[in-house]
Design a protein around this ligand. Structure first.
Ligand SMILES: Nc1nc2c(ncn2[C@@H]2O[C@H](COP(=O)(O)OP(=O)(O)OP(=O)(O)O)[C@@H](O)[C@H]2O)c(=O)[nH]1
Ligand SMILES: [Mg+2]
Length: 331
C-alpha cells in the first residue's frame, strides 16, 4: 500500500487518534495530503465516527482578521470546556510564510493546549474551491472527537461557495476598507454567508459598512428561517467575539429547527459521492485519451476540426466495449 501504511497500521492510527493521540491525528492528516490510495480506506474506517463535530467556516479577504477571530473564538470555546480543531487553508503563495509565522505566535497558547488541534494546509495551486484534502481533514477532526472545527480560508469566490457547502455555519468577514468586495460579490454573497462580520470596527467606515450589508440582507435573504446577522468586531481587542459565537449557536439552533441541519448534511454526502465518482471517471478518461490507438486517433481528428467534439463524445459514450475496457485496465 503505497508509502508504507498498511490497513492494519491505518486502523491502529485511527484507534490512537480516537483516544486523543495528537501525533496519530497529525500523521493521518499527512497521509491525506499525500493523496495516495490509502485515503479511501482511511475515510471508510472513520465513517462510523462522523457527524458529531460542528463545523464553522471563516472566510474573507486577505488580512481581514480571520486568524485573529479564529484565535479569539477558540479561547472562548475552550472556556466553555469544548474542544476545537482548526484548519487554516492557505493558498500556496511564496509570501504566506510570514502570515503563518504570525499565526503561530498568536496561537501559541492554543498549541500548548491538548484541547486544541491546529493545522495549516496549502492548497497546492488549486484555483478556487476547497481542496478535497481539507474536506477530508475536517472529517478526521470530527472523528477525533473535536466539538468544533474551525476552517479559515481566504475568500475568492469559489472558495466561499465551497466552504458554505462544507461547513455548518459560514462566517464571511469584511473590513471597512473592503467596500468594493461587497459590491462585486453582492449577488452570490447572500447564498453563502450565514453570518456577516465587519472586523476592524475601530476603523473609519465600519458603521457605514454594517448598514450597507444590513440593507443587502433586508433586500434578499434566501431563507425564511434565518436572517443573517451583521456583526461588528474588533478581533485583536476581543470585542464582539462572544456575540459572534452566540450568533453561530443561534444559527445552529435555527438550522436544526428548520430541519436544514440534516438536509444540508445529506446534500453534502450526495455531493461527495458524485465528486468521488466524477474524479475517478475523469482520471480514467484522461489516462486513456493520452494513449495511442483508436481513441488517440479520435482526439487527433477532434483537434484538427475533422470531427466535432460533440460527435466524438457521442461515439465514445456509445462504445460500451471501449468503456468496459477502461475499467478493466488498472490506471
Ligand atoms: N485595527 C485592527 N486590526 C486588527 C483587528 N483584527 C485583527 N487585526 C490585525 O490585522 C492583521 C491581520 O490579521 P489576521 O488575523 O492575520 O488576518 P487574516 O484574515 O487571517 O489574514 P490572512 O490569513 O493573511 O488572509 C493583524 O495584524 C491583526 O493584528 C481589528 O479588529 N482591528
Ligand atoms: Mg490568517
Amino acid at each position: 500500500m503505497g508509502r508504507g501504511y498498511g490497513k492494519a497500521q491505518i486502523g491502529t492510527l485511527v484507534k490512537r487518534m480516537r483516544q486523543g493521540d495528537v501525533r496519530a491525528l497529525s500523521r493521518l492528516i499527512s497521509l491525506l495530503e499525500q493523496e495516495g490510495e490509502e485515503v479511501s480506506f482511511l475515510m471508510e474506517t472513520i465513517a462510523p465516527y462522523l457527524g458529531q463535530a460542528y463545523s464553522i467556516g471563516i472566510t474573507g479577504p486577505p488580512g481581514a482578521g480571520k486568524s485573529t477571530l479564529v484565535d479569539k473564538l477558540t479561547t472562548h470555546i475552550r472556556r466553555l470546556e469544548r474542544t476545537v480543531g482548526i484548519l487554516a487553508i492557505d493558498p500556496t503563495s511564496p509570501f504566506s510564510g510570514g502570515a503563518l509565522l504570525g499565526d503561530r505566535i498568536r496561537m501559541q497558547q492554543h498549541y500548548l493546549d491538548p484541547g486544541v488541534f491546529i493545522r495549516s494546509m496549502a492548497t497546492k495551486g488549486d484555483v478556487g474551491g476547497l481542496p478535497r484534502v481539507a474536506k477530508d481533514a475536517l472529517k478526521l477532526l470530527d472523528a477525533a472527537g473535536k466539538d468544533y472545527v474551525l476552517i479559515e480560508t481566504v475568500g475568492v469566490g469559489q472558495t466561499e461557495l465551497d466552504i458554505m457547502e462544507t461547513t455548518d455555519t459560514t462566517v464571511v468577514v469584511f473590513v471597512p476598507e473592503g467596500g468594493d468586495a461587497i459590491q462585486t460579490m453582492k449577488a452570490g454573497l447572500m447564498e453563502i454567508a450565514d453570518i456577516f462580520v465587519v472586523n476592524k470596527a475601530d476603523r473609519e467606515g465600519a458603521d457605514r459598512m454594517v448598514t450597507e450589508i444590513q440593507a443587502l440582507v433586508d433586500m434578499h435573504h434566501p431563507h425564511s428561517w434565518w436572517r443573517p446577522p451583521v456583526l461588528a468586531t474588533q478581533a485583536d481587542r476581543d470585542i464582539g467575539v462572544v456575540e459572534l459565537f452566540t450568533a453561530i449557536e443561534d444559527h445552529r439552533k435555527a438550522l436544526c429547527k428548520a430541519g436544514e441541519f440534516e438536509a444540508r448534511r445529506q446534500a453534502r454526502r450526495k455531493k461527495e459521492l458524485i465528486e468521488l465518482v466524477e474524479r475517478h471517471l475523469r482520471t480514467l478518461l484522461l489516462h486513456h485519451l493520452q494513449r495511442e490507438g483508436a481513441l488517440g486517433e479520435l482526439v487527433t481528428r477532434v483537434e484538427r476540426g475533422e470531427i466535432s467534439p460533440h460527435r466524438a463524445a457521442d461515439q465514445i459514450l456509445h462504445d460500451t466495449q471501449l468503456i468496459q475496457h477502461w475499467f478493466q485496465e488498472k490506471v
